[in-house]
Design a binder for this molecule. Structure first.
Ligand code: ARG
Length: 579
């Protein structure tokens, strides 16, 4: 159920009847204060202006024609033309009862599912994943889960960096090792060290740089021995990434890998085609596209190189081939890219050339959803004490260790096995949630104490709220599925909790449209907070509570638990019955 949408549709109907042009939205939003009702329509002022009529009068006319008798108890016009809507809580309680009886919690699947390609995580395979990779990985995975839950068809694309000049250096170094076979995995056990060694030789060793360059050429020309070495390297590096995905509960598998090398066969074709269409030009031996939408201060268009003088192709060429593939072969209606903000210009250039070349027509939505940097307490990018990059694997180890300590303090009698399991879920959940709950376009400061706190907008708080719900049923020795009765919405706390519970679908829709996971996090946090106030002020299992109220409150607890669990699952965060 999406109340916001129902209200939008109904208000729009009366606007239609009054000849208000379709582009004027009813603009339904949540009311900020109880006295303004539960929802309000804010779109009438704009419509009045457009039509040149008094907005308050227009609002009165809209309300006159508005049929909300089933949903609302009271509808009134306020101020210059706001329409305040007070919901009918018996209608709402019926909706909650429906949600309780539905596996999907009353959330409808979209009527017209889209094909949505999502490019996310996409690490560079020359090195191990580092702390910064949490962002494209966790954010992308949440959006993917939400889109799928709403019924869209999603194609995950892990556009790994597995091609390009740095691989020449790595292969040359690998070839000098104990030569292939089972040794490769041992040699590559620490990719970071391997990369550093190769780089050192590249910078210092006579002749090594030339060999590295030869390897690139050989690799790109499909030389057999070179390809075998490369495959070994990529396989090992990908298995490092897979470990991380598994630990982070990320829904990416090897079947989703379509890295840069995947597009290699299409690159010459793309360059040819862009030259033929007159979109690309030869310029001092290279092939370039001029981007008219991006001009420097002298008014010269930005230049995007798609083929170097020596014939080599670039990151941009690959991305153009990827757009073409995603629309033509994967039939994408939307393509979402979760990539660092610093690549915004690059993405805009790729989009504009793709559109000009017809790789994406006007029916396809190409969307870069950028994110900021993770900083340390000094406000600079988060590093280890000695100033090195923080490996993601090490960070996750530390998260679990820290969670263990905190949980043991709270619950010293916990057995070793349960402690391990809980620490795993809490530690990893905390790191992910800290990232997901920040507005993605901002930078944020990495802070262990805040993210692992059991108070505030954190994963442990939400996990704890969920386990509190479960403990009620344990205490009462009740299976929540067996509780019968109506949901009675009486007190203020029951009202706010019920209203929150009914808003899950509109929140998910918003995440699906805007690709901002923090909207879901904020919602879950508010839901948990409403629940805590409800729990404090509405007795449930006390002997003087009549059966009807008791069952109603138990139903509200149960629904809260299910929404929390489902919401956290969409964030890829696990819950537990006891903690
Ligand atoms: N591998 C790239 C990097 O680490 C990110 C790739 C993102 N996806 C893309 N289609 N360009 O910066």
């Amino acid at each position: 159920m999406n109340i916001r949408k129902i209200l939008n549709d109904r208000v729009r109907l009366s606007m239609d009847a009054l000849g208000v042009p379709a582009e004027c939205s009813a603009n339904i939003s949540l009311s900020k204060q109880v006295k303004f009702g539960d929802y309000q329509a804010n779109g009438v002022m704009g419509a009045g202006k457009k039509l040149g009529v008094n907005p308050r009068e227009l609002a009165l006319n809209i309300v006159d024609k508005l049929n909300l008798s089933d949903i609302a108890e009271k509808v009134e016009v306020a101020g210059p033309g706001f329409i305040n809507i007070h919901l009918n809580y018996s209608w709402l309680s019926k909706r909650l009862e429906q949600a309780l009886n539905d596996d999907r919690l009353g959330i409808s699947a979209v009527s017209e599912p889209l094909n949505i390609v999502v490019d996310y995580s996409s690490p560079n395979l020359a090195k191990e994943m580092h702390v910064g990779h949490i962002r494209p990985t966790a954010i992308g995975d949440t959006v993917v889960r939400v889109l799928e839950f709403l019924g869209h068809k999603v194609v995950r694309q892990n556009h790994v960096g597995d091609w390009g000049t740095q691989f020449g250096m790595l292969l040359a170094h690998l070839a000098d090792g104990k030569s292939g076979g089972e040794d490769v995995e041992i040699v590559l056990a620490d990719l970071e060290v391997f990369y550093r060694e190769a780089k050192k030789r590249f910078d210092e060793e006579e002749g090594f740089d030339q060999r590295a360059r030869d390897y690139v050429v050989k690799l790109q020309n499909g030389d057999k021995t070179c390809l075998t070495l490369w495959e070994q390297f990529i396989k090992t590096s990908l298995s490092h990434a897979d470990d991380i995905y598994e630990r982070l509960n990320i829904s990416l598998g090897s079947e989703n890998v379509a890295g840069e090398s995947f597009y290699n066969p299409y690159l010459s074709e793309v360059v040819e085609d862009l030259l033929n269409q007159g979109i690309a030009k030869r310029d001092q031996g290279a092939v370039v596209c001029f981007i008219d939408e991006q001009k420097d201060k002298d008014g010269n268009p930005a230049v995007m190189i798609i083929q170097k003088k020596d014939g080599g192709y670039l990151y941009a060429t690959t991305d153009l081939a990827a757009v073409r593939y995603r629309t033509r072969e994967l039939h994408a209606d939307r393509v979402l890219y979760f990539i660092d903000m610093r690549q915004s210009q690059h993405m805009q250039q790729v989009f504009s050339v793709s559109q000009a070349a017809g790789y994406a027509d006007e029916t396809v939505s190409l969307e870069h959803h950028p994110f900021g940097t993770i900083n340390g307490s000094d406000g600079k990018p988060f590093k280890t004490r000695s100033g090195g990059t923080v490996k993601l694997g090490d960070l996750l180890d530390e998260a679990v260790e820290r969670a263990k300590k905190i949980i043991l303090e709270k619950n010293p009698d916990l057995d070793e096995v349960s402690l391990g399991e809980i620490a795993q879920k809490v530690g990893i959940g905390a790191v992910k949630y800290a990232d997901l709950s920040k507005t993605r376009t901002n930078d944020y400061v990495f802070n262990w104490d805040l993210m692992l706190s059991f108070e505030g907008n954190t994963a442990p708080y939400l996990q704890y709220a969920y386990s509190r719900v479960q403990s009620i049923f344990r205490k009462a020795e009740l299976d929540p599925a067996n509780i019968r009765g109506e949901v009675l919405i009486v007190s203020l706390q029951e009202k706010s909790l019920s209203l929150k519970l009914s808003q899950f679908e509109e929140v998910l829709q918003q995440v699906a449209n805007e690709a901002y996971p923090h909207i879901l996090c904020n919602y879950l946090y508010e839901l948990a907070s409403c629940y805590m106030s409800f729990y404090e002020s509405c007795p449930i299992l006390k002997s003087d509570v009549d059966e009807k109220s008791r069952n109603s409150r138990l139903l509200l607890c149960h629904l809260t638990g299910r929404v929390l669990k489902q919401g956290l699952e969409l964030l890829g965060i696990e819950t537990m019955d006891k903690m």
